[in-house]
Design a protein around this ligand. Structure first.
Ligand SMILES: *[C@@H]1O[C@H](CO)[C@@H](O)[C@H](O)[C@H]1NC(C)=O
Ligand SMILES: *[C@@H]1O[C@H](CO)[C@@H](O)[C@H](O)[C@H]1NC(C)=O
Length: 303
């Protein structure tokens, strides 16, 4: 426990650091989607979700999840936000599907599955001498990325990065397409955010998630399709990879994120850190209760 907090602290202590990077273990893997299909049990496709235990099929925007949640799978114990993405499956030559396991970033200790979360100021090294305003409680955003699945087996697995926009309209916590309240200044992850336009003048942290999919058990090419196509598929049945998206629901407790963003340089020391064991212990009840593992004839919800 002590060792993992120490390595987390070291990993966060880069010179002139303008970002937070931390791990969050898997909270649940279920067909739930409070952003796009609130109330649906189950929702259309499977998600893997990390963060606070206030996550539910319906999340009332008037309830601050930073107040409601009682535990989180994230190393920063004041971060009750939820972060979620689709789930990766392998489709074998015989047409059956198996869920691809997730593995954690080795720098961040022995978290169970989950994701690595980043909050960047203007770039990794600079806040661009501007005020970075933390998100308001319960702001929600979906953001798409376009990236193809690799065509060959990858010995180290497949890493998916979802990168969120850095400018907010200052008014809306959500919009009908879950995107228009935000403005993306750059294409692609981890590049300095350019200026925010007058329509979206509020600079917010650039949030990104990294999910590492452990494809090692599927690298045997005799299981891959005979036509040379690649075998991985997202849980909404996308075998190209283009439609992947990540969802973010802000839930830091109180002003913890704002305090971090206001420090010069950014001091994550001010943020409370919990042990890997504590993060791994946080979980929620399974309300959908369906088979998502084993060799499946169809993707959950897609038969
Ligand atoms: C989710 O909400 C329902 C009511 O809509 C409630 O009964 C249930 O306990 C909640 N689940 C969790 C994990 O909070
Ligand atoms: C399909 O292929 C997988 C991988 O080889 C195997 O484990 C599974 O049993 C097969 N299922 C059927 C129905 O043949």
């Amino acid at each position: 426990m002590k060792g993992s907090s120490l390595s987390l602290a070291l990993a966060l202590a880069a010179p002139s650091q303008a970002y937070l990077r931390f791990g969050c273990a898997t909270l649940t893997v279920q067909r739930l989607d409070p952003l796009v299909e609130p109330g649906a049990i189950p929702s259309a496709h499977l998600h893997q979700i990390v963060g606070g235990n206030a996550f539910n099929a319906t999340m009332d925007p008037s309830v601050d999840v930073g107040q409601k949640a009682t535990c989180t799978t994230c190393s920063f114990s004041e971060d009750f936000s939820n972060y979620w993405t689709a789930v990766m499956y392998f489709k074998a030559r015989n047409g059956t599907y198996k869920r691809v396991p997730q593995y954690p970033n080795a720098l961040l200790g022995n978290l169970k599955g989950g994701m690595t979360i980043y909050y960047l100021q203007e770039s990794f090294n600079s806040n661009g001498n501007q005020k970075i305003t933390a998100f308001k409680p319960d702001i929600m955003t979906r953001f798409p990325e376009t990236a193809e699945f690799p065509k060959q087996p990858c010995p180290a697995g497949i890493m998916a990065i979802h990168h969120f926009p850095a400018c907010w309209d200052g008014k809306n916590l959500d919009t009908p397409n879950h995107q228009d309240h935000m403005y993306n200044t750059v294409q692609g992850a981890f590049r300095p955010a350019g200026a925010c336009p007058s329509s979206h003048p509020v600079r917010v942290p650039q949030v990104a998630f990294e999910t590492m999919w452990d494809t090692a058990q599927f690298n045997d090419k005799s299981l891959w399709p005979e036509d040379g196509s690649q075998p991985f598929v997202w849980s909404y049945e996308d075998s190209l990879g283009y439609g992947t998206h990540g969802d973010y629901l802000f839930g830091w407790k109180g002003d913890a994120l704002q305090r971090a963003m206001d420090s010069r340089p950014l001091f994550s020391d001010g943020l409370a850190i919990q042990s890997v064991d504590q993060a791994n212990r946080c979980t929620i009840r399974n309300t959908v209760n369906e088979e998502i593992d084993g060799w499946l004839d169809s993707l959950p919800g897609r038969n």
